[in-house]
Design a protein around this ligand. Structure first.
Ligand SMILES: [Zn+2]
Length: 206
């Protein structure tokens, strides 16, 4: 079972050495900037490592820009940026876990990460976002154990989530448009059921 947001793990001494080659560093798009605002606490348990804030930031403010990404196929680490497009973050941002009460919004149109609107970010807070806000249909669904009182437990992307729950979260445009597309399909279905009425309306327009 995936375990998310275990908070009491000490930072492991097994943390990998950062690449000191400056050329590589430049190619990863400001990795050092990320690591001045974000700390990864590593866990030997699967999926239990996580990112924590090194800064205070106001609700709604920009936390960081997203740089150094590369196009990818859908994996458990990729982030969706459009109806059919995915990227790998290629930075420690990959340690931002899912939470049903997230601290951040990953805006994959602007390539910007913001603090959620309702709550200031404090030093030491887990850096989390709501995975269905970017992911339509996840490569690796999991049973969420985030501890939020509104925890939705089975997280499998927006496609498979209750629409009323989704409505409570900030969502990326590509998720909103995929939802609208799906609604459109449903509306067409209902229209087909009301075909007689539609034909009458059409007849009136002729
Ligand atoms: Zn949860």
């Amino acid at each position: 079972m995936a375990t998310i947001n275990i908070t009491n793990h000490k930072t492991s001494s097994a943390k990998p050495e950062k690449d000191k080659n400056p050329t590589t560093k430049n190619n990863t798009g400001g990795k050092s900037d990320i690591n001045s605002i974000l700390e990864v606490r590593y866990s030997p348990l699967a999926f239990a490592s996580g990112a924590y804030s090194l800064i205070n930031a106001n609700a709604g403010s920009q936390f960081t820009r997203i740089t150094g990404t590369s196009p990818a196929t859908k994996t458990y680490t990729s982030v969706q940026i459009g109806p059919r497009d995915h990227i790998e973050l290629n930075s420690d941002l990959v340690y931002c876990n899912h939470s049903c009460a997230p601290s951040l919004e990953f805006d994959m149109k602007k390539f910007e990460i913001r603090v959620v609107k309702g709550k200031d970010l404090k030093i030491g807070d887990p850096l989390t976002f709501f995975y269905p806000s970017t992911e339509w249909d996840m490569a690796q669904p999991f049973d969420c154990n985030c501890g939020a009182k509104e925890c939705h437990h089975w997280i499998n992307g927006a496609k498979n989530m209750d629409r009323d729950i989704l409505g409570k979260y900030w969502l990326n445009e590509h998720i909103a448009s995929l939802l609208a597309e799906e609604n459109g399909t449903q509306n067409n279905f209902h229209e087909a059921e009301n075909g007689t009425q539609r034909d009458q309306l059409r007849g009136n327009n002729l």
